[in-house]
Ligand binder design. Structure first.
Ligand code: C5P
Length: 233
């Protein structure tokens, strides 16, 4: 069965601060762009047939420069102002493909350390159950804050997981769920699993990876760069 991957890379990356290299997915870590690492991980996976990269309308040149000749064969699609909209742009692009994929993996371009084993676990569970996400148990004790920064509540940690990507789904199911969410004016979903859950799809948790971090801040990018350079040394 065919598997497509959507790499969402249309964010402005404001939390990582401004840089001449542009948003964080285009910053260089270990000698190449974050997005180039992410693309390579999916490109080299034997089960992935098509890769769609969703980018900001202003970033075409930045993306071409970041990927160089590796851009060949990937489909570039323009995204929107919210992650949820960017994902939908990727899904609508795939809906025009013939044949449409059976499974779609939706991945944050800013998680460049995704490994093949995690991708495999997501594909297998998504095929069997309709939806699957990689997740890791929460290690910290979780507090809910009051508006004055005092602790309102300690949330029992048992059964709590941090959601990673790629999140995998039957293509038609997640496409319908996104369309329904857009029609009902909902734009507050923070990942694709929450849209699938809201639409009634069963979503399985599979084991994520400690290394599959989301590069969010300037410090995250600097740390990733150091790690890769140490590995190369
Ligand atoms: O901003 P956040 O860290 O949640 O972004 C997660 C991923 O979603 C990033 O890879 C970012 O480029 C992408 N994104 C997008 N379109 C947006 C906002 C975020 O493709 N409008």
């Amino acid at each position: 069965d065919s598997v497509a991957a959507i790499l969402v890379a249309a964010g402005r990356g404001e939390r990582a601060g401004r840089s001449i290299e542009g948003p964080k997915q285009y910053r260089s870590i270990g000698g190449r762009a974050v997005l180039a690492h992410t693309l390579a991980a999916f490109r080299s996976h034997p089960r992935i047939d098509d890769i769609v990269i969703v980018i900001h309308a202003d970033d075409t040149e930045l993306c071409e420069r970041a990927l160089g000749p590796n851009i060949a064969g990937a489909f570039l699609v323009t995204g929107g102002a919210e992650r949820q909209i960017s994902v939908r742009c990727g899904l609508e692009f795939l809906a025009t493909a013939r044949p449409t994929p059976r499974i779609v993996l939706i991945h944050d371009a800013v998680r460049p350390f995704i490994d093949h084993e995690t991708i495999d676990r997501v594909i297998v569970a998504a095929e069997d159950f309709g939806g699957a996400i990689p997740a890791m148990p929460i290690a910290d004790t979780i507090k809910r804050a009051s508006s004055d920064a005092t602790i309102a509540e300690t949330v029992p940690r048992r059964g709590l997981f941090g959601a990673q990507t790629p999140q995998g789904f039957h293509f038609e199911g997640i496409r319908d769920a996104h369309e329904k969410a857009a029609r009902s004016g909902r734009s507050d979903f923070t990942d694709d699993a929450s849209i699938a859950e809201w639409a009634g799809t069963t979503v399985m948790l599979v084991e994520g990876a400690v290394g599959n971090v989301k590069l969010t801040t300037r410090q995250d990018i600097a740390a990733a760069d150091r790690t890769l350079k140490e590995r190369q040394a």
